[in-house]
Design a protein around this ligand. Structure first.
Ligand SMILES: Nc1nc2c(c(=O)[nH]1)N[C@H]1C(S)=C(S)[C@@H](COP(=O)(O)OP(=O)(O)OC[C@H]3O[C@@H](n4cnc5c(N)ncnc54)[C@H](O)[C@@H]3O)O[C@H]1N2
Ligand code: MOO
Length: 390
């Protein structure tokens, strides 16, 4: 059995970042920026008024000063005339400030009669001008790799980047295995259960930017498993669920081996998730997850998510644990790294008493995985421990 850290290292060795494709800006949200992109323009492209008011000369600003209004500048409509001494231009938010003027007084601070304005006595000294390039300049760079969120999309739009270079989405084939499984919505036989893992994993990986392909449930026969592997053939990553243990019907490893899988490892010193396997299957990386629902989701979080990130060109790195204090004591840990379902509240971290790897209801109530090193001693309330937010 290898450690979680060794298993992750071996997994990262199986994958490298996928190629770059160009997508329209509207399709770029959630994607991984693959190359640095440079702003195609300067923003704002001109000195712009940040307020509705009057543009004039700063050196003419004094209490009770009067100015004649000689024209107007609105957003999208620059003032093209000439404003001399003692003159001002009616200006609106977003309009270019005329070249010869350098101050905008807000309209609340003036009294207007006809074409004449008089400055009030207690106006503040702010010029209310956004300088050209104050946001960004042409050539300024958004650095890759970067997961593009809504705010990045707004910035790219503002930079006039209509097409965005992103890493191709990794195609992940998810293959549930087992004679006992039926799909949600179907009527299970008396000895059957509903396939849940593939749905949880698909949601987990799609949230990371993967394109998930659900392979029909493979039965516990060599022929059915071969058919399912065939359907998964052109994926970047094949994730099998179940059939990974040592029982007579656990056929995933032997069938994968028959299909040429070069195994990197089998079994990791962790709980849940011990019978994890990984290797290379043709062009694809393969991860064989244990079938127990919590094991599958925990291994999905600890191993599959970082692999998907590595395929997307993000830094190949394990999830970074955080620290919190215990709100309840813990018994000593065994020889495997233990990922315990826990709740983090303002009192600290509390692990659930029941940690069996079949209990999805407890996983769903948990908001954290409390991470315990192998052979960790008993822990008292108030001690610091590591956890991963869920
Ligand atoms: N003699 C031993 N038995 C077992 C060992 C062992 O070391 N020696 N390890 C146990 C551990 S730990 C785990 S984890 C499981 C892993 O078993 P498999 O990967 O072979 O998984 P299955 O036997 O196919 O299923 C286990 C359990 O999970 C249910 N399951 C499977 N797939 C799904 C799915 N897609 N959705 C929902 N539930 C699923 C399945 O019905 C079983 O109840 O082995 C232990 N045994
Ligand atoms: O890997 Mo098993 O997950 O400990 O139940």
């Amino acid at each position: 059995m290898i450690s979680v850290a060794e298993a992750l290292e071996q997994l990262f060795a199986l994958v490298s970042p996928l190629e770059t494709e160009t997508v329209p800006l509207r399709a770029a949200a959630g994607r991984l920026l693959a190359r640095d992109v440079a702003a195609a323009r300067t923003q704002p492209p001109f000195d712009a008024s940040s307020m509705d008011g009057y543009a004039l000369r700063r050196d003419e600003v004094e209490p009770d000063a009067m100015f004649k209004v000689v024209g107007e500048a609105a957003a999208g409509h620059a003032f093209t005339g000439h404003a001399g001494p003692g003159q001002c231009v009616r200006i609106f938010t977003g309009a270019p400030v005329p070249d010869e003027l350098d101050f905008v007084v807000i309209q609340e601070d003036v009294t207007r009669r006809g074409d004449l304005i008089t400055l009030n006595r207690d106006m503040d000294g702010k010029d209310n001008i956004r300088p050209a390039g104050g946001d960004f300049k042409a050539g300024d760079v958004m650095g890759a790799p970067r997961r593009l969120g809504p705010t990045d999309i707004a910035l790219l739009a503002s930079m006039n980047i209509a097409e965005v270079p992103v890493t191709r989405r990794p195609v992940v084939a998810i293959m549930a295995t087992g004679d006992e499984l039926v799909m949600p919505g179907e009527t299970p036989g008396p000895d059957q259960i509903i396939a849940s893992n593939s749905f949880g994993l698909a949601a987990l990986l799609e949230a990371e930017g993967a394109e998930v392909r659900m392979i029909p449930i493979a039965r516990d026969t060599t022929a059915s498993l071969k058919t399912a592997f065939g359907l998964a053939q052109d994926a970047d990553l094949v994730v099998t669920i179940g059939g990974a243990s040592v029982g007579d019907h656990d056929l995933v490893a032997p069938v994968a081996a028959e299909l040429g899988m070069e195994q990197s490892f089998y079994k990791v010193a962790m709980r849940p998730g011990k019978p994890l396997m990984a290797g290379r299957l043709g062009q694809a990386a393969m991860i064989g997850l244990p079938g127990n629902p919590v094991s599958a989701m925990v291994c999905g979080t600890i191993f599959v998510v970082p692999v998907v990130r590595a395929l997307l060109g993000q830094r190949a790195a394990p999830a970074q644990p955080k620290q919190a204090t215990l709100a309840a004591p813990l018994p000593p840990n065994g020889p495997r790294e233990h990922y315990m379902r826990a709740v983090l509240s303002e009192d600290g971290l509390t692990a659930f008493d029941r940690q069996d790897s079949s209990l999805l209801s407890i996983l769903s109530q948990a908001n954290s995985l409390l991470v315990r090193p192998p052979h960790d001693g008993a822990r008292a309330m108030g001690e610091e421990v590591s956890y991963l937010p869920l």
